[in-house]
Ligand binder design. Structure first.
Ligand code: AP5
Ligand code: MG
Length: 234
């Protein structure tokens, strides 16, 4: 049996990876690990590394692979140190995004004797993605995600969870959105074949109400992640 089972979420920008990961990770006792969130946290610092990440992030370009892997590994190591027993796997949101990252992840998991239990593919038409990204608001304090129409906060402009003022993401501009969607088509979407060949991909219709998408993902994942002969149960 592998030591830990991880789940990879793949879908275009705005498909609901962050929204769904926040809902399903606790239900499956996985930890939500999002490279985009790690970068947003890192960019709150005022140092050379933060400036380097920002120079890619704000344009909607991918941060270099080596730096991204380093940031991801730091987070996985931290989880192992802080809660080795309780940490049964990560729900990876936003990693891998290209072939080199997928191969790097395979190597890291081999070294740790971990495995990938499933790859969830969230499919959403392009016009819907643009509408979702243009209306997205996030909480800079706790990372919660809202949408002005589809998932509005209880009080306009204010986070339900922590009360902070909501903002738009710096990469939710029309130019950066276009670049991110193009990068997804060219570099990330081909990963689905890479994982399909290993029987790992679960296709989910992400163009449904948020609750319906959550239920569809849980129904598909529970048999894979909940099976103690495949993944540790504690
Ligand atoms: P990242 O933060 O991962 O952003 P992304 O990939 O562009 O994806 P998004 O977060 O935009 O979309 P999402 O699918 O999470 O949608 P959400 O749930 O928010 O990455 C940002 C940047 O970091 C990258 O561009 C790059 O620079 C860097 N980076 C990150 N990882 C990297 C890597 N591996 N390598 C290199 N660089 C990396 O939902 C969107 C909106 O829709 C919300 O408003 C939400 O409320 C709404 N919504 C969600 N679901 C529904 C629904 N079912 N119905 C109606 N509305 C919905
Ligand atoms: Mg996200």
């Amino acid at each position: 049996m592998a030591d830990r089972c991880h789940v990879v979420l793949i879908g275009p920008q705005g498909s609901g990876k962050g929204t769904q990961a926040a809902r399903i990770a606790p239900r499956l006792r996985l930890v939500h690990v999002a490279t985009g969130d790690l970068f947003r946290q890192l960019m709150t610092r005022d140092d050379e590394l933060a400036r380097e990440v920002r120079s890619y992030y704000d344009r909607g370009a991918l941060v270099p692979d080596e730096l991204t892997l380093r940031v991801l590994l730091q987070r996985l190591d931290e989880l192992e140190r802080e809660s080795a027993e309780a940490f049964r796997g990560a729900l990876l949101d936003g990693y891998p995004r290209n072939r080199a990252q997928a191969e790097a992840l395979d190597q890291v998991l081999r070294e740790r004797r971990d495995s990938i239990a499933a790859v969830v593919h969230l499919a959403v038409p392009r016009a819907v993605l643009i509408e979702r990204l243009s209306g997205r608001l996030i909480c800079p304090q706790c990372g919660a995600t809202y949408h002005i129409r589809f998932s509005p906060p209880k009080t306009a402009g204010q986070c339900d969870r922590c009360g902070s003022a909501l903002i738009q993401r710096s990469d939710d501009t029309p130019e950066a959105i276009a670049r991110r969607l193009e990068t997804y088509e060219q570099q990330t979407a081909p990963l689905l074949d890479y994982y399909r060949a290993r029987g790992l991909v679960v296709d989910i219709d992400g163009n449904q109400p948020i609750d319906a998408v959550t239920e569809a993902i849980l129904a598909a994942l529970e048999p894979r992640v909940g099976d103690p002969s495949r993944c540790r149960s504690s």
